[in-house]
Structures are given as structure tokens and as C-alpha cells.
Design a protein around this ligand. Sequence first.
Ligand code: PPE
Length: 306
Amino acid sequence: MPIRTVDKIWMDGELVDWADAKVHVLTHGLHYGSGVFEGVRAYETKRGPAVFRLQDHIRRLFRSAHVYQMEIPFTQEELCRGVTDTVGANGLRSCYIRPLVYRGYGEMGLNPLHAPVNVSIACWPWGAYLGDNIENGVRAKISSWKRNDHNILPPGAKATGQYINSGLAKVEAVSGGYDEAIMLNMAGYVTDGSGENVFIVKDGVLFTPPISAGCLDGITRDSIIAIAHDAGYQVVERNLSRFDLYTADEGFFTGTAAEVAPIREVDDRALGMNGRGPVTKELQETFFAAARGEIEQYRSWLAYVD
Ligand code: PPE
């Protein structure tokens, strides 16, 4: 998707002009995928833009960095401030935000530990991520590519390099005429979409794979589980098979970029009524209302930019 440019990008503690936010071609992360990142969103609220679950995203960024033994030269508070400063400096009412921690310039070779650790925070307006993802839903295809396993590349860490795996699955799905891929683990159970967690609804109960299946510990996933519990739904975390997906009444993806996107079909089999189901609609509406600061109960999820 083409990027819509804005004014400023935060690089190692300074706001620089968009066009000057550059790195050297011998940046370690460019060669070896030695970086970790986050995807965050800010939503428009009555009190100006607010970043959704900012502290949770920054905490996960630090956990990802810990796995790859990257020492981030800023505190979590400093990076939270960096995010709100960047959104504020660009005057955006809502946007997608990309904090990135990467091994920089100065060392080559597979041992990354001597390469510097750099940090950047960019934001830009990013609308619908999965086509008509709010109402009609998307067509998903189980990928022939398996998701990286715990002992290959830890799926709970959001490392830049592992997304080349998601990219293979995404291209396969899109080339086949589908909107999104669903990736299985080595045991054949459902993990994630190329960049989303997966939920299904059966007989009024929500099901989603456990993190141990090889999913990212999604923050939208966590928000939807909380919203569903508060709305009186039972949420079961258990391994899901292709059969479970094909015979679900409803399905949806969750993710910062994708938000809450109904799944209309899996492998050409319609789910339930072949469109957005009522449970998906209810959870989706509550999620957006929460993100816009319209629900008191979830206001602690917001970090206001001003
Ligand atoms: N699984 C994967 C593999 C994943 O990449 C994401 C986020 C999620 C689940 C959902 O996590 P969360 O955002 O915390 O609810 N994917 C990010 C990258 C998307 C991109 O295209 O880049 C995102 O949504 O920001």
C-alpha cells in the first residue's frame, strides 16, 4: 500500500523531516531482518487524537527486543512520549504508528550484538487494511506456508525478519484472488492471518487459538476478549482446525492495522450467513466506540496526544 507522507519522523529522540529519515545501505537490519517493531493506531476522540493501548504496545516492543537481546537506549516512558509527540507534531487526528527498533550501521555478519540499536517512530494515515473489511468481510485462504514455529523464530516476538514468512503467505493468498491468508502451525492448527489474530463464533461462543499455538499476543485480540467477556460472551482459547473454520457461524480477524475485520469465507466455504455476523458486528462496534473514547469503562486504554 502506498504510504501517505506527513511532516516528521522521530529518529533516536529527534523529530526529523520525513524526507531526511534515512539509513545507510549497510544497516544491519536491512540485511538480516534484525529489528523489532510495533503497529499502533491513534483514533480521533472528542478530546483530540488518542493512542490506543500505547503502553501495552511499548511493553510488547521491549519484550520483543529482549528476545533478540537488543538493548533499547530509551525507557518505555520515553518511547510512549515519542509516539504522542510524533502524532502531535504531524497534526493528525487519526493515524497508524510504526515504532521500530533496529540494528543499525557499523557491523556486518550474523552476530548482531555489536551493531548499534536505533529507534524510529513514524506515523501516517492508514485506512482500510483488508479491502472492504468492516461490513462485508474478507475472503481468506489457508496458506501452504506454515507460520514460523517457536523453535524457528519465536512467533510471540514481533521481529521484522519473520515477516518475510507472512509476506509469502500474503502474496500466495492475494495472487489466488483472496484477501488474506490464514497460517497453520507445524501441527496443522490455526495460528494467525499474515498480520492478524483469528476468531470464530460457534453457537454464540467465541473461539480463538491459544498463544501457545504460535500466535502473536495481539493487543486487539486482548481488547476483543475483554469486550466479549464484558458483553457476557464466553471466550474459549483452544486449538482450531480447518474444520472449525469451515463450519463456524462467524469469523473475524483482529489486528491494529486490520482492526476488526469479518471473515466471509475460508477456502471458498462461506461462514454462516456469508457476511458480517451479529456477534462480529456487536464486538466491532464496541471496539470502535472504545477506541474513540466513547465508553467510560475502556477509557484507560487511551493515551491522549495533547
Ligand atoms: N498476528 C500477527 C502475525 C500480526 O502481525 C499482528 C499485527 C497481529 C497478529 C495482531 O496484533 P495487534 O496489532 O497487537 O492486535 N500486525 C501488524 C502489522 C501489519 C502490517 O501490515 O505491517 C499491525 O496490525 O500493525
